[in-house]
Design a binder for this molecule. Sequence first.
Ligand code: F3S
Length: 398
Amino acid sequence: MSKMVLELTIEEKKMLKGKQGKATRKAMEIVVALGEIYGAKRLIPVSSVQIAGVSYDNLGEAGLEYLNEMAEDGQTRVLTTLNPAGMDMVEWKKHGISEDFAENQQRVVDAFEKMGVVTTCTCTPYLMGNLPHYGEHIAWAESSAVCFANSVIGAYTNREGGPSALAAALTGVTAEYGFHLDENRVAQVKYDVLADLMSTDEFGLLGQIIGNRTGKQIPYITGIGNATTDELKSFCASVATYGGIAIFHMEKVTPNRTPIPEKTEIVTEEDLNKARAELDDKEANIDFISVGCPHASIKEIAKIVDMLKGKKVTEGKTVWITTAKPTKDLAIKMGYYDQIEKAGAYLVADACCAVAPLKGRFTGLMTDSAKACYYARGKNKFKTEIRTVEECIKEAVS
Ligand code: F3S
């Protein structure tokens, strides 16, 4: 695309010339470069940003150096929150995180804080006050949250990378291309779901099936009468992981209007069983149970507390319920935290089983999340089993 296509406002040109400081200039260079690559005609303001690539495990020293450089004079211009870090920023020690890692992870969060980022580390920013409304343009990076924002909320965002999300935060703008344009949000293939989905694990399996089948085509899903927010966040995480899907339409559930595609695929109960079998390793020796991927809502935590009542986690098993820090604080206030910890499980804030440095610590993961299975196998080389939350807790205490 020609460089001439992208028109900048006077203010944007000033940022590009470095009039607002070095970090803003670098950030604007990223935004402009993306705009030129994708043929955007202009930059548009964003009302919120969510940054991924926060765990020191993924970022490393080079990533941290870049952040520190940007933090020298960079300041966010819009509400900006973070994706999960590699540990609970307060209780990391009791979760078996090393001093070294904790120190480095703290340096990462400090760099973000210096730039004015709200350092809530969660993949469900929409549950924590970073909640756009229908039609609002935003720049988010976490794939499950991007999918939720575009599809369930009807906001407009591309799937940003770590640096491009930070660039949007420091400039307050993003290039208008991709999912910021209505013509790129139209459904391309219809999926008739002929199975009854009852729980988060089944919504995750549906995401796995559609993600694997659809390529990059935008799905229009029918046959789901209704779905809870928790089920939708599970579906979003999975369809984004297995298919790189950033937007879908679900009849009677999501708000976007789109013509219904003719090309139709069927999803049956048998497909769900096959998908489950694919994530179940026969020889899995379950020593780690993790729920809360995406981060658990207070409603999910309350349910888990009920399941744990009067029970004790079996020796040799570790249980993580991962959530956002504000939700953990609420759980503390409600007495849920004490009940969870008394049962021998951990309520882990700010982190999750995919981005924490867990390689080598466990061999088999049981979870209700298809996305967690994907990363557990790929990144940590764990065997996996996917079950309902109830079954996960049962496994933990049996
Ligand atoms: Fe969130 Fe971690 Fe799952 S970032 S979606 S809890 S893999």
